[in-house]
Design a protein around this ligand. Structure first.
Ligand SMILES: [Cu+2]
Length: 166
């Protein structure tokens, strides 16, 4: 079978692009610990507020018995609740986030905190914030007319200056 030289060259170009993109995915997964979410945990978004982990009085930052810092957030039109959270730098932190209404996304610029928050599922992300500072928590999935104003505040402080709420 004869393949024209020009066509063969373009096959190499297309194949190289595919190899480069797959290589990038594998490289970031191994070197930067960037993965698609692996677990799938369902929840009834319509009854979040009625009790359990995502009831209003259970939200916020807490330290588990194992010493792991957990942040429980509800994403709802239009904000992440509680609106202000304070966390220590350089410490692994596990976020558990659920939507009370529609699809949202959470993103803290200049950090690697970012995930979709799909109604009916709990989004879990573990990350750490290397540098103290103030970061906005933005919604990056269009969720309605107030989407542009959907943000909350994350303050990262030195671990010596951080005290858990409870
Ligand atoms: Cu939004």
């Amino acid at each position: 079978m004869h393949i024209h030289t020009l066509e063969r060259n373009w096959l190499w170009v297309a194949g190289s692009v595919v190899a480069l993109l797959l290589g990038t995915i594998v490289y970031t997964a191994i070197a930067h610990n960037i993965h698609p979410p692996g677990q799938m945990e369902t929840i009834d978004s319509a009854s979040l507020h009625l009790g359990g982990e995502f009831a209003e009085d259970q939200l916020g930052v807490r330290v588990g018995a194992d010493g792991q810092i957990r942040v429980t957030l509800v994403a709802a039109r239009y904000g992440f609740f509680p609106r202000n959270i304070e966390l220590p730098s350089g410490t692994p932190i596990t976020f558990r986030i659920a939507s009370a209404d529609v699809l949202h996304g959470i993103h803290a610029p200049m950090t690697n905190l970012g995930t979709m928050i799909v109604p009916g599922y709990v989004s879990t992300v573990t990350t750490l914030f290397p540098k103290p500072g103030e970061y906005p928590l933005l919604c990056n999935e269009y969720c309605g007319l107030g989407h542009d104003h959907m943000w909350s505040k994350l303050t990262v402080v030195d671990p010596q200056n951080w005290h858990p709420d409870r």
